[in-house]
Design a protein around this ligand. Structure first.
Ligand SMILES: [Zn+2]
Length: 118
């Protein structure tokens, strides 16, 4: 079975990796300091990636306001649900807000409208 992680956590990891990629790209630019153009390109790419991560962090903030706080039936800790199905941030228990999906095996495809309607 594939390992799922809570959506918010996934996006947060993505944003964090963007920051690292940004710094690595900017660092790589130093190796091209003989060429002002190449170095500028690397610096700009790095900067763009860091800006993108800021945007993603902002997006997480927006998403957080749309999550539903529930108490996990498995570990009894409060957790957040984003979309129709998500998993518990603490114990990875699949959670759903849709009674039709209760008891159905957790599948991320339920979050995509395309698949739900077919
Ligand atoms: Zn839990």
């Amino acid at each position: 079975m594939a390992k799922y992680s809570s959506k918010i956590n996934k996006i947060r990891t993505f944003a964090l990796s963007l920051v690292f990629i940004g710094f690595i790209v900017m660092y790589l630019g130093i190796f091209f300091r003989q060429s002002a153009i190449l170095m500028t390109i690397f610096m700009l790419l790095g900067l763009l990636s860091i800006i993108a991560s800021t945007v993603v962090y902002f997006w997480i903030g927006m998403l957080s306001t749309r999550t539903v706080q529930v108490k996990c039936p498995n570990c009894e800790k409060p957790t957040k649900i984003l979309g129709r199905v998500d998993i518990c941030m603490h114990c990875n228990e699949p959670l759903t807000l849709d009674p039709n999906l209760e008891g159905v095996d957790f599948d991320e495809k339920y979050n995509s409208k395309k698949n739900v309607e077919s």
